[in-house]
Design a protein. Structure first.
Length: 287
């Protein structure tokens, strides 16, 4: 096995019994027939494994990853039945000449859970990038949050292969569909002036309507700050939430505007939260 599939199998072996794993290997053998056998196998295999978390300890889920073909893949939020489907599909895909074309065929005929598994399995294959992107683009054309999340968030494949324009459009649609953008890999690094401008416009609309602005937006928009943004971030240093104050400090670090220096220093002199203090000090040192 290659491309990190062994790591995913190891995670499954830690949570499932030897009997369950043996049954799953038999399921895999049956799925090699192809066609409808794959879909029936996914259903059977997911029932065998149950819906418990793949990572047992709650404290470990945030950082839990497995290797994949494009780096590290976060799996802390996965259930066992979801992980089993990804493992089966990844194994099947690596055995055919064009792995991503197989995933596309399964995706096209599958239910939502099967489609999610196909999108995640892209991270374990090294087939046609074009075929893989067809899946991601199709997920992005839907309004199903499960598919958009699987296609865009925590996806090393998408982070590697989406063009700048595709990535920008994905971030904006995710925002409008209330999909958390924090899981977009490389979000701050890939931000360009057009994305930053669009994020500021989105924040303006939300605030004008009295609606909450996603916190992950601010450090991205601040990389190319629109007029007035730095002042808004300075104001957010007084937010009652330590998390929000920390995000404001991170955003001011990205903006690197010397006019914010005295305000950051003033907040630092009064800040009691250690994490926020660290963010404020980093912002000061970068000015």
């Amino acid at each position: 096995m290659t491309n990190g599939i062994q790591d995913l199998q190891h995670q499954l072996e830690e949570r499932l019994s030897a009997e369950q794993m043996s049954a799953l290997r038999a399921d895999l053998e049956g799925a090699r027939v192809g066609g409808d056998a794959i879909h029936s196998t996914l259903t059977i295999a997911s029932k065998r494994s149950g819906r418990r978390h793949l990572v047992m300890r709650f404290a470990e889920r945030t950082q839990a990853t497995v290797r994949c073909a494009y780096g590290s893949l976060k799996v802390g939020a996965w259930r066992l039945d979801e992980a089993v489907k990804v493992w089966l599909l990844s194994e099947l895909a690596t055995e055919v000449p064009d792995p991503n074309r197989l995933l596309f065929e399964v995706y096209a005929k599958g239910d939502t859970e099967a489609k999610v598994a196909c999108l995640r399995a892209l991270n374990f294959t090294s087939g046609s990038v074009e075929a893989g992107l067809e899946l991601v683009h199709d997920a992005g054309r839907t309004y199903l949050n499960e598919l958009m999340e699987a296609g865009w968030r925590d996806s090393p494949f998408s982070a590697r292969h989406l063009s700048a324009e595709e990535y920008r459009k994905a971030v904006l649609k995710a925002l409008f569909c209330q999909v958390d953008i924090e899981g977009f890999i490389g979000l701050e690094e890939r931000a360009d002036e057009e994305l930053a401008r669009s994020l500021c416009a989105y924040a303006n609309e939300r605030e004008a309507a009295g609606r909450e602005v996603p916190s992950a937006l601010w450090p991205v928009a601040a990389r190319f700050p629109s007029p007035g943004l730095v002042a808004r971030l300075i104001g957010r240093l007084e937010h009652p939430s330590a998390v929000e104050r920390g995000i404001a400090a991170r955003a001011l670090l990205a903006a690197r505007d010397l006019r914010a220096h005295p305000f950051i220093q003033d907040r630092l002199s009064r800040e009691e939260d250690a994490t926020v203090r660290g963010a404020l000090e980093e912002a000061l040192n970068a000015q």
